[in-house]
Unconditional design. Sequence first.
Length: 378
Amino acid sequence: MNNLLIMTPGPTEVSEEVRRAMSKKITNPDLDPEFFDFYLNVSKKLKKVVKTKNDMIIMSGEGILGLESACASLIENGDKVLVLANGIFGSGFADFADLYGAEVTKWEFPDDKAIDSKELEKKLSQNNDFKFATFVHCETPTGVINPAEEICALLNKHNILSVVDAVSSIGGVEIDVDSWGIDIILGGSQKCLSVPPGLTFMSVSTKAWDLINSRETAVKGYYTNLQHWQNWYQKKNFPYTQAISDIYALDAALDKWLADKKVYYRHSRIAEALRKALSRSGLEIYADNGYSDTVTALKVPEMIDFQELNQHMTEKYNVMIAGSVGKFKNNIFRIGHMGENCYEEKIYRTLKALDQSLRDLGYQLKDKIYKVFVDQIE
Ligand SMILES: *Cc1c(COP(=O)(O)O)cnc(C)c1O
């Protein structure tokens, strides 16, 4: 396991600096006044990543905690919630909204394409009585990225608040929360920021706070109740003891991210070269459009069993890629190229391992995947 390269779409590889930061001496985060300023400073760095002046909360728990907290804190029984879905995560929002008592309207779009904003515009012109809408920026299981700016413009036009799961895009794809008008955006530590799993973070607009604070009924939950996070700095009080070592790690990762002036360029250039290398070698990309710069999903070739391929790749070549989930479990496999994974040499090693593993299993490729990648990237 020691030298295993983890090229999955989260968790991603963690850098030496970030691992070192995790081992720093801790303090008592509830009592040490310096910790409040430190936390505030980390949240300011996150605000820079997504370009917002809104409040930014960092919570102890994986990305799902963020999704659930947004639903728990916004929804009262019978509230009308619109769920835009073109994949597993998008669709899963409906289950959370339902769990907290919403009257859910789910609009499904094809899962191998980005959500069509023209189609959405038509639907919204006929039906727009919703408290908020949810959608996923990057559908990680299929590698499809949705046009968040266009979707939010339409939602804003109809005064519908937006809750956006950008767990697998924040840090890898440019996002502008304030100019796109996103009310709640949420991310996780283990994707493009390349921090171990354990933290979720979200920005909350004034409009979203107003809704959360003007509820008639109590939030059904404590850990998921965002009300406890209002004015934490003024009150010098966190709802629970903060995962200090994880936040040290996040801080180090953000410093690295902020110092990298070409982070988006690196993601888009590598993603494009990777897609070309894979398709020119005869593999088939799952989606028809809306390719994400952070993850690529491929169809598992007819004669290949993905479990066997992955086992072969990890055992013989020390590189791990991912299958997919839900209904895509047996027919899609994925390479994560976000954050620390998104460097030429790691992609080269991955593509070489994939190429050789496919050949070892008897699959005929049209070209050497890693060679096409090098030609493309130069
Ligand atoms: C990773 C991810 C999450 C968090 O979910 P886990 O499956 O628990 O990692 C949520 N949304 C998206 C889009 C993700 O990629």
